[in-house]
Structures are given as structure tokens and as C-alpha cells.
Design a binder for this molecule. Sequence first.
Ligand SMILES: Cc1ncc(C[n+]2csc(CCOP(=O)(O)OP(=O)(O)O)c2C)c(N)n1
Ligand code: SF4
Length: 246
Amino acid sequence: MKQIYGRPKILKEAHFHYCPGCGHSIVNRLIAEVVEEMKLRDKIICVAPAGCGMLLYNYFDIDTLESAHGRGAAVSTGIKRVLTDSLVFSYQGDGDLAAIGTAEGFHAANRGELITVIFVNNGVYGMTGGQMAPTTILRQVTTTCPAGRNPDSAGHPVKICEVFSMLDGTSYLERVAVNKPAAVIQAKKAIAKAFQHQINKTGFSLVEILSPCPTNWKMDPIRSCKWIDEVMVKEFPLGVIKEVTC
Ligand SMILES: Cc1ncc(C[n+]2csc(CCOP(=O)(O)OP(=O)(O)O)c2C)c(N)n1
Ligand code: SF4
């Protein structure tokens, strides 16, 4: 019988710690599939700062480093500049990249560092209990905005792809989601394309992935997936935001 689906070899025989319905597990799997299909196992290095995704060294059988919160792009820059033949990606949440790590991500993108950022946007600080993040939707309820995000006091959702698209150092920016099968297939293609931009030395690449956090959204997994389509995508439109021919 022909096998059409299997566990990527670089995913260790470990159980994910993610909550049921969490998008991180899908994103982890997609990265593993892409690394295997593009035969990047021996040259890829992952940097994972604080956030629910930080324990991915327990799952990936590749070189991984943990950085301080928000410092993924800075640490990735250092590794890539020394190990120029490696393929380096940082795996960052929205609290990480769009708040504490804004400076590092923004300037790495502006310098056109040959790194890739996998940016998992679930609209909250997942690991620490669901506080408001810069990407929280207006009027979305979180533990630190129980009456809903108010733009008068908390500003508007930060759109990292659109902001980074204005920087000359960026070569590939796409926003995808992992809330339904077709979207997951597109997310995988985007990850592969971002890695290809790094291989071709075109510039800084980033894939923003709208990802469910059922625990902190206080929704069941199915409702969370629907909420991405009904609410999140309206604020964060999907698609290629920028692509420089490589
Ligand atoms: C310097 C520092 N400040 C605060 C924290 C606490 N902290 C750990 S994870 C996190 C938020 C992570 O949220 P996000 O990046 O959105 O990732 P998620 O958990 O939602 O995937 C915070 C504030 C920390 N580890 N280090
Ligand atoms: S808290 Fe949210 S982001 Fe973290 S593992 Fe649970 S569902 Fe995923």
C-alpha cells in the first residue's frame, strides 16, 4: 500500500504540550514537513524566544536555540552572519515580535538580514495567561482589557507585514492562517517560499500566521477557527503583502 501521510522524521516522538486546538502544533508540523521536503535538515537552525512555541526544541530534531523574549531576530542575525551557509529562522509570537521585540525585528528587516521569521499571531500573550497584545482586535476581551480593547487608550492592532513591507530590506512577506485545510496548505507553501528567499539571498522574509488560541480566547477549537475567518481576517487580510522577485 502506498503511504500518503506520515510523521516527518525531524519531528521527535514527543507529545506536544500545546492546548487542544492550538495553532502552534499545526505550524510546528508544517515547518517539519517543509524542512524535510526541501532537504534542509543539516543546515537549518531555529531560534525560539519566550512564548508558547519556545519548547519546540523538545519536538524538532534540528539545531535550536532559545533566546530571551523578543530577541529572536537579533540572535538569528548573529548566527546567520557567522554561519553564512546555514538557514536560520526565528519562531516568534505576536507578544514577542510586535511588542518586546519590535526593535530587533524591525531593524533586522530593515537591514535585509538573510533570516526568516515565522510569526505566529494569535492576538494575545498566550503563555502568560492571555493578556492584550499589540495585535489584539479592537473590542476583543483579554485579561488586561476585560471591557474589550479600547483604541483611545490602547491604540489599534499592529500590522507587522504591512509595516515591514515599507522597509527596503524585506523581500517576502505573506500572511496566512491555519484554521482550515485550504489555509493550512497555503501556510505550508508560504513557509517554503520564505525559506527559498533566504536561500536565494533575496532579503529578509517573514510569514505571519493567524493561529487559534482557544484557551485564552475562551472558545472551543471549532469556534476559534471560525473566529479567525469572521473577525481576525477582516483586520489582518491574508495574502502576499510583498514579494521581491528572487
Ligand atoms: C523579558 C521578559 N519579559 C516577560 C516575560 C514573560 N513572558 C513569557 S512569554 C510572554 C508572552 C508571549 O506571548 P506571544 O509572544 O504572543 O506568544 P504566545 O505564547 O501567544 O504564542 C511573556 C510576556 C519573559 N519571559 N521575559
Ligand atoms: S495558551 Fe494558547 S497559544 Fe499557548 S498552547 Fe494554549 S492555545 Fe496555544
